[in-house]
Design a protein. Structure first.
Length: 94
């Protein structure tokens, strides 16, 4: 079952009052499919950011990824990237 119990078991500070807000500080999360405003990629990026991670949103819609990342905060980035293109994925990772 998903929902509050799953979130609580994961220790989400914003929903449970825990002290894990900086659990991912100094980490960068690479997230695919982050351009869609109502998508799971962007929701995941926001959750990672709540826990202190910087995010790199990859999407075939580069402008959308950049806008979504900027909406999370200035330390987050968006990149145009087709994850079926291994060379581009390596380029973005560098």
């Amino acid at each position: 079952q998903f929902g509050p119990r799953l979130i609580e078991s994961c220790g989400s500070s914003s929903r449970t009052g825990g002290d894990n807000a900086m659990l991912l500080a100094s980490k960068t999360a690479i997230i695919t499919g982050g351009a869609a405003e109502r998508g799971i990629g962007l929701a995941t990026a926001r959750l990672f950011a709540e826990h202190g991670a910087r995010t790199a949103l990859l999407d075939i819609d580069g402008e959308g990824a950049e806008a979504a990342a900027g909406g999370i905060g200035p330390e987050h980035r968006g990149y145009v990237c087709d994850v079926t293109d291994a060379a581009r994925c390596r380029q973005v990772a560098d």
